[in-house]
Design a protein around this ligand. Structure first.
Ligand code: FPP
Length: 253
């Protein structure tokens, strides 16, 4: 049996968990928390109830993954395209974010460092303030790091990085021919994190939806029909096992 921290807390995943190879975990897992609306509809509840259930589940999965030894999770909470949703739903999502950011333990538990990625300029002053507070409050923790992607878009992020490089070129500090992949990697939001190894998308959709475009060049993908609020520690364990059974070649043979 592997020596996972706090094994008793992980019982819901049962026997499956013992098959996980603790030495071959993905370092960075991305999660597209999809299917909240459908989860709510099935139960005759408003969509906002689905988002609330989804937010609660993020805590369950983050704590579970942290105990398993996963270092980084990036969770897609709000995309640059989500503004197109009805105002009522956007407001409900922003309200939920505010509530969770304020209640620091509710978001991810006691030992998780929280960071936010995305274009914060479109977020309210209130939300920006709570982001500053929670990032500072959790910064010295030694557990996993949860990146919340809020008003995040992969293309927008790449454009941001390119603009920064253009400014250097304009200032005469950099020649266009000297631009490297590494320079781009240093200018996306996840500059201090390894590229995402595994992207999990529940709820039956088979697309990336502008999530971590730059960082997912060699990611493995794991899809399932389960709606995010129902996605359990057991499902997470299954995703890790499937990942471990794949042969990642990074373009080699
Ligand atoms: C996609 O499901 C989900 C979102 C657009 C939002 C995800 C946000 C959360 C889970 C809440 C985040 C909040 C915190 C505090 C972390 P969908 O609405 O597209 O579902 P559907 O495809 O079934 O309609």
């Amino acid at each position: 049996m592997h020596m996972f921290k706090g094994l008793q807390k992980l019982r819901p995943a049962g026997r499956l968990l013992r098959e996980v190879d603790a030495n071959n975990l993905p370092r960075h897992v991305g999660i597209i928390m999809d299917g909240n609306g459908r989860w709510a509809k099935k139960r005759g509840l408003p969509r906002s109830a689905g988002h609330r259930a989804g937010a609660q589940n993020l805590k369950t999965i983050t704590e579970f993954a942290g105990n398993m030894g996963i270092r980084y999770i990036t969770a897609y909470a709000f995309s640059t395209e989500n503004w197109k949703r009805p105002k009522e739903e956007v407001d409900a999502l922003m309200q939920l974010l505010l509530e969770y950011l304020r209640d620091k333990e509710q978001l991810a538990g006691k030992n998780v460092t929280i960071r936010v990625i995305g274009d914060r300029s479109a977020l309210s002053d209130e939300i920006n303030h709570e982001i500053d507070v929670i990032e500072d409050y959790t910064k010295d923790r030694d557990g996993m790091v949860l990146y919340l992607a809020i008003n995040y878009g992969g293309r927008q992020e790449i454009v941001k990085a390119v603009r920064e490089l253009c400014e250097q070129v304009e200032a005469g500090a950099l020649a266009p021919g000297d631009v490297t992949e590494e320079m781009l990697s240093q200018r996306v939001y996840t500059d201090d994190v390894p590229d995402v190894d595994l992207i999990i998308r529940p709820s039956g959709e088979l697309r990336l939806s502008n999530f971590l475009l730059w960082q997912s060049a060699y990611s493995e993908f794991w899809f399932s029909d389960i709606n995010w609020p129902d996605f359990s520690p057991r499902d997470f364990t299954q995703a890790i096992l499937d990942y471990q059974n794949r042969n990642r070649r990074f373009g080699g043979v």
